[in-house]
Write a protein that binds this ligand. Structure first.
Ligand SMILES: C[S@@+](CC[C@H](N)C(=O)[O-])C[C@H]1O[C@@H](n2cnc3c(N)ncnc32)[C@H](O)[C@@H]1O
Length: 349
């Protein structure tokens, strides 16, 4: 075996260990094992098991997996374990922009849908959003919500021309492809004088979004409707958002064209898409790898399941997205800002 084969085999073993340990991370989250360790300094497997109502032997084996992966530190002399404080925003703090553990549900859904994927690879057909295992729906909400909570109503809107002022003085906002409504509700909380209309093709997601809105003080300003992006029923919007969904649509040009019709002349389209550069050779990094996997298993089949079936993919990049928006009639399109996960674009008529 050559050195480079050995090196590559090592990389694949690392990936396999990460895939299997993803289940361990999910277990640590769901059983509150990370939470029990947070801020506690050195702990024993016994104390973690006692405080979480779990079995010590299982917890000890799990802890050793966490040590091997570098999530938890082991102190050999005392036989104790410690969750470093700087790991807490990633594993414990639900309000942190990097709290991504629940997004492992997306990975779980990919495995559970493997047979459907094998089938569409052969047939070229699509898989609609609703045909996926239900773990996808909460998983993708969890993947995107931390970004919306941290950046949407602040940094992202501040990078759009004149949008904050409009929303503060009372505007009409559409959130198309809203899923469970995480972005709609985030905006509604931040702008109590504005009205919010969420739309999504997937009936079950709209039902969850309505349930989420029911718990909100501004409930009467938020409505959720099941419809295709190409036939949004309302008009007169000041801001129309497509949050991590335009590429999932069969006809993104048609959806953006409908948004153009449904918005006021001086309205703004906010397009948030997974961060990507224009060429695959510039997308060689873990975030793009994750997005290409989701795109292959979820976004591309979702688009293929609808009319037109353009299959833009989740890593289209700003140039291709600009072409789509230009084709739909938007003349002024620009990248407004970006984060490690998101590309934020503004389009005006
Ligand atoms: C990745 S999810 C994003 C959901 C939500 N925007 C978020 O960020 O959490 C993509 C969403 O697009 C919706 N979708 C796909 N095609 C659609 C279409 N043609 N019209 C409306 N919604 C669509 C799906 O049902 C799904 O809820």
């Amino acid at each position: 075996m050559t050195n480079s084969t050995e090196e590559f085999a090592g990389r694949v073993v690392t990936d396999m260990a990460a895939v299997m340990s993803g289940v361990m991370t999910n277990i640590g989250h769901k059983l509150g094992l990370y939470r029990a360790m947070a801020g506690q300094g050195s702990v024993t497997s016994d104390s973690v098991a006692r405080s979480t109502g779990t079995d010590e032997r299982y917890v000890r084996e799990w802890l050793n997996n966490q040590v091997a992966g570098g999530y938890v530190v082991y102190e050999t002399e005392s036989g104790t374990y410690e969750l470093p404080a700087h790991h807490e925003p990633v594993l414990v703090d639900e309000d942190s922009p990097v709290f991504l553990v629940p997004a492992l549900e997306v990975a779980a859904s990919l495995w559970l849908d493997e047979q459907k994927l094998l089938d569409v690879f052969r047939s070229g057909q699509g898989i609609s959003w609703g045909e996926h295992h239900h773990r996808l729906f909460c998983g993708s909400e969890s993947l995107f919500r931390p970004g919306y909570k941290s950046f949407l109503a602040t940094e992202w809107l501040d990078n759009l021309q004149g949008v904050r002022q409009k929303l503060e003085s009372g505007a009409k906002v559409a959130d198309i492809g809203c899923g469970h409504g995480a972005s709609t509700i985030t905006l509604a909380r931040a702008f109590p004088d504005s009205e919010f209309f969420g739309y999504d093709l997937h009936a079950e997601s709209i039902a969850v979004a309505r349930q989420r809105a029911r718990d909100e003080p501004g409930e009467q300003r938020i409505s959720f409707t099941q419809c295709d992006a190409n036939s949004v029923p309302q008009l007169g919007f000041d801001l129309i958002c497509f949050m991590d969904c335009l590429h999932d649509m069969g006809d993104p040009v048609g959806a953006a064209r409908r948004a153009r019709e449904a918005m006021n002349e001086d309205g703004t389209l906010l397009l948030v898409e997974p961060l990507a550069r224009d060429c695959v050779s510039d997308n060689i990094n873990p975030v793009s790898r994750l997005y290409y996997a989701a795109s292959t298993a979820v976004c591309t089949p979702c688009s293929r399941s609808q009319d037109v079936g353009l299959a833009l993919g989740a890593q289209a990049g700003p140039q291709r997205l600009t072409e789509i928006l230009n084709e739909a009639g938007f003349t002024r399109v620009r990248v407004a800002t970006s984060t490690g996960f998101n590309l934020v674009m503004e389009a005006k008529i």
